[in-house]
Write a protein that binds this ligand. Structure first.
Ligand code: NDP
Ligand code: GDR
Length: 327
């Protein structure tokens, strides 16, 4: 034990699970906020997949309920707070724009406010996103690139991003934004494109599905591995001075080429199975994301270690194993 206490919102999500694992390895006492759900205990959650479900204290709460955040912060007195909770699926943010604003935007303000009044010495991490760049396509997007979000999700995240900076400047809190580009893993939700692809490829390989339906396969993303990216979150909070950092690999790939990697891994041809479905196109798209991680490398000593090919192959293998184990 290192004597430090961390509080993670969104601990049941992809990043929350990997971050909890990392902090436990470093000797932290880890608490996480979970939403009450009628499914609780029925579905295996990600902490269980990593074998750490008994090591994290799970506390009932909700980012949109300030009273629950106050109660949880009073009880846990965290040294570090990681705000990873969000309505994080871009497509859903057009279907539920107000909820997205409340959770992803105002939710962050609720947490900042609770932290300011109860634990002003705590260090705070905000899960910002490359979605905030949206329409702005520079050669490589960096900390100085302007923002032009293209979805209600991106707009909500931009509010949270600026509130995090504002609480740093107004109240002297140690608050940092990680502007993270897409990152994936076998724990990624199946609604996101990489996992949708690896799950479908595994199903096709096992004879459980016949096709893969996607929307805009020309979109380009800078994809890294979640395990690498949670390390960057922790590093930001170990700095003497709070700041904002782009976390990316510096390489961009089309959705189509990412599919190729998955199909090739199981010896199949993408063209035989890929169907373009116009219903899956978004009302407004972010066409290209490509991040410049130079500042993170220089100041945090951080670099992505796991490449796209290795990650997609790991995801396909995990999906094959998961499906086979279900019989
Ligand atoms: P996930 O969608 O996997 O996890 C989101 C988490 O937020 C879940 O634990 C979810 O709980 C929780 N949550 C949702 N609504 C609430 C609420 N009202 N109160 C409390 N908790 C809530 O996201 P990721 O792990 O992929 O991402 C982590 C964060 O980083 C998110 O904020 C995301 O927007 C941001 N981000 C992600 C990137 C990526 O590529 N993965 C890139 C850049 C930013 P439940 O299990 O109950 O649904
Ligand atoms: P994104 O991730 O929107 O970048 O947000 P997602 O994987 O959903 O989409 C990436 C790109 O793939 C295109 N696409 C499809 N996407 C999905 N989900 N399903 C499809 O069938 C499909 N077909 C094509 C999309 O149009 C898009 O261009 C993720 C989330 O984790 C956010 O929370 C995070 O902030 C950003 O990454 C950085």
């Amino acid at each position: 034990m290192n004597g430090k206490r961390a509080l993670i919102t969104g601990v049941t999500g992809q990043d929350g699970a990997y971050l909890a694992q990392l902090l436990l390895q470093k000797g932290y006492t880890v608490a996480g906020i979970v939403r009450r759900s009628s499914h609780a205990g029925v579905f295996d959650h990600r902490l269980k997949w990593l074998g750490i479900e008994r090591d994290v204290e799970l506390i009932d709460g909700n980012l949109i309920d300030l009273s629950s955040l106050i109660r949880i912060i009073q009880a846990t007195k965290p040294d570090e707070i990681y705000n990873l909770a969000a309505q994080s699926f871009v497509t859903s943010s057009w279907q539920q724009p107000l909820l997205t604003g409340q959770v992803t935007g105002i939710g962050a303000a609720n947490l900042l406010e609770a932290a300011r009044s109860l634990v002003p010495q705590a260090r705070y991490y905000q899960a910002s996103t490359s979605e905030m760049f949206g329409l702005i396509q520079e050669q490589m997007q960096s900390e100085s690139t302007p923002f032009y979000p293209r979805s209600p999700y991106g707009v909500a995240k931009l509010y949270a991003h600026w509130m995090t900076i504002n609480y740093r400047e107004s109240f002297g809190l140690h608050t940092s934004n990680g502007i993270l580009f897409n990152h994936e893993s076998p724990l990624r939700g199946v609604e996101f494109v990489t996992r949708k692809v690896t799950d479908s490829v595994a199903r096709i390989k096992l004879g459980l599905a016949k096709e893969l339906r996607l929307g805009n396969v020309d979109a380009k993303r800078d994809w890294g591995h979640a395990k690498d990216y949670v390390r960057a979150m922790w590093l930001m909070l170990q700095q003497e001075t709070p700041d904002d950092y782009v976390i990316a690999t510096g390489r961009t790939t089309t959705v189509r080429d990412m599919c190729e990697i998955a199909f090739r891994h199981v010896g199949l041809n993408t063209e035989d199975y890929l169907v373009i479905d116009p219903n899956l196109f978004r009302p407004a798209e972010v066409e290209v994301l490509l991040g410049n991680p130079a500042k993170a490398k220089a100041k945090l000593g951080w670099e992505a270690e796991i490449g796209l090919e290795a990650m997609i192959q790991e995801m396909v293998e995990a999906d094959l194993a998961r499906l086979k184990s279900k019989g």
